[in-house]
Design a protein around this ligand. Structure first.
Ligand SMILES: C=C(O[C@H]1C=CC=C(C(=O)O)[C@@H]1O)C(=O)O
Length: 453
């Protein structure tokens, strides 16, 4: 549907399931739709509706179209839990000018597990016959389970491309500033970018910018990407593991969660690689992170950007007292949790629009940082560091920043698919290029390890 078209009429029927489903066994092996954190999650099967958005208004347009669809929908939801009833999943590009599509997808079936409860939602378009009608056992509408075969996973090694593939500069944008490293390695180009960005911060052009780099590989024809997804959700219990339209990852950063008038967010910025094999060094890395004035400074920018963006939309905004150390299997992060009450009625996507891009993925001031990213990063970020999540018929939802993730591309002539992972870090005064490089290696670990053999 084009965003300007008439809203289609959807019917959504939710019924409790008697048994807890093994979610991933119902996911499409090559194109899963999955959203999970710990013992809460869901899997989508089939697609009733796909809405595509681009450009600077992508979030507000998506919110407007979704409001129309939700208002026209007939929803029968006796379960009444977050994520029951009519739900759309989305992944949105980072940059206003990105060539990547931002999408909202309504799955035909949504199978949900929430601790010791489970339910299934069926969505149909007006005029279509529903399978989930009164008198039918809800379990009978589930597709046949396809067990995961980890032994069949041959793995994919993600690595730096040998030569930088430079994006042609936009008309009028001038030459890329990394001219000296054209033809060098991607890592050299990244290091040059970090030096350049640090010099710009020292010169007072801006206070912080987040620079990223990419690694890539090839998935074999028919590769069952439920295997890396299962690894991500088993290992990264404090993260949201997602697979939406080929974007796969496990993000620790909640951009915004909005449920029945309660709003929350988790802001991350400031990182140290974990040294899990050496407990004393690992604790020292955490303590050094908590003491580091540079990391606290970088973190403050991220918190301030979220507080400033949320403030007009909420009341009773509060933050955790001081940044705490969030422990993930690969890194320590400085973290701040925020809570608030929703003020004027805003959908989760409108809150995303207000928040994106935070200083955790762009920098400070935002406009200067976004411009410097466009100047220094020789690629389109696509959906990396954009938003990924879901929205329901009431406008509630959960959106995370698309971090620790990779985008799987279209099938090529040989049946293979390219996969590109992106990771970055905040550059402030005092940033060391080699440390920043090491930080990206740590941030790639969820993906490189999940996709390894
Ligand atoms: C930009 C990324 O991480 C952000 C989130 C947490 C910590 C960050 C940092 O310490 O630089 C980044 O702001 C990434 O993972 O690619």
């Amino acid at each position: 549907m084009s965003p300007a078209g008439d809203a289609p009429t959807l019917s959504a029927v939710t019924k409790p399931l008697g048994e807890l489903p093994n979610l991933l066994t119902f996911a499409d092996p090559t194109a899963p739709l999955f959203w999970n954190r710990g013992d809460r999650g869901c899997v989508g099967v089939g697609e009733v509706l796909r809405l595509v958005f681009t450009g600077p208004d992508r979030f507000v347009e998506a919110s407007r179209v979704w409001r129309e669809i939700a208002a026209a929908a007939v929803v029968d939801d006796p379960v009444g839990m977050p994520g029951s009833g009519l739900v759309a999943f989305g992944t949105f590009a980072f940059a206003d000018e990105s060539a990547s599509e931002s999408v909202l997808i309504v799955p035909r079936l949504l199978i949900h597990r929430h601790r010791n409860m489970a339910w299934v939602t069926e969505v149909t378009l007006r005029g279509e016959a529903a399978a989930l009608v009164d008198g039918v056992d809800p379990a009978s509408v589930l597709p046949a389970a396809r067990p995961l075969d980890a032994a069949a996973w041959s793995g994919v090694e993600l690595r730096e491309p040998e030569v930088v593939a430079y994006r042609s500069p936009a008309p009028g944008a001038g030459q890329p500033k990394w001219g000296a490293s054209i033809g060098g390695s991607d890592v050299d180009a990244y290091l040059a970018g970090v030096r350049n960005a640090t010099a710009r911060v020292v010169a007072g052009d801006l206070e912080k910018v987040v620079l990223s780099r990419q690694i890539g590989g090839q998935l074999e024809p028919g590769a069952d990407v439920r295997i890396p997804l299962e690894r991500l959700s088993d290992r990264y219990l404090d993260c949201w593991t997602f697979a939406v339209d080929g974007l796969i990852g496990a993000s620790p950063e909640t951009l915004v969660r909005s449920t029945s008038g309660a709003v929350s967010a988790r802001v991350l910025a400031g990182t140290r690689g974990r040294r899990a094999e050496d407990a004393a060094r690992d604790r020292a890395a955490r303590d050094e992170l908590l003491r580091s004035a540079k990391e606290q400074h970088e973190h403050d920018f991220a918190v301030q950007s979220v507080v400033t963006a949320l403030a007009p939309h909420v009341t009773e905004l509060r933050t955790s007292d001081a940044p705490f150390a969030l422990q993930l299997p690969n890194v320590w992060h400085l973290a701040t949790d925020l809570g608030a009450a929703l003020g004027a009625e805003s959908t989760a996507l409108e809150l995303v629009d207000a928040l994106h891009p935070t200083a955790a993925v762009a920098g400070t001031p935002t406009a200067d940082a976004v411009a410097l990213i466009a100047e220094l990063e020789p690629f389109d970020r696509g959906r990396y560091s954009g938003a990924v999540g879901w929205i329901d018929a009431a406008g509630d939802g959960e959106w995370v920043i698309a971090l620790r993730c990779a985008q799987i591309g279209e099938v090529d002539a040989d049946g293979a698919r390219a996969i590109v992972a992106t990771a970055g870090g905040g550059i402030v005064e005092g940033s060391n290029p080699q440390h920043e490089l090491g930080e990206t290696v740590s941030k790639f670990r969820p993906i490189t390890e999940a996709f390894a053999s």
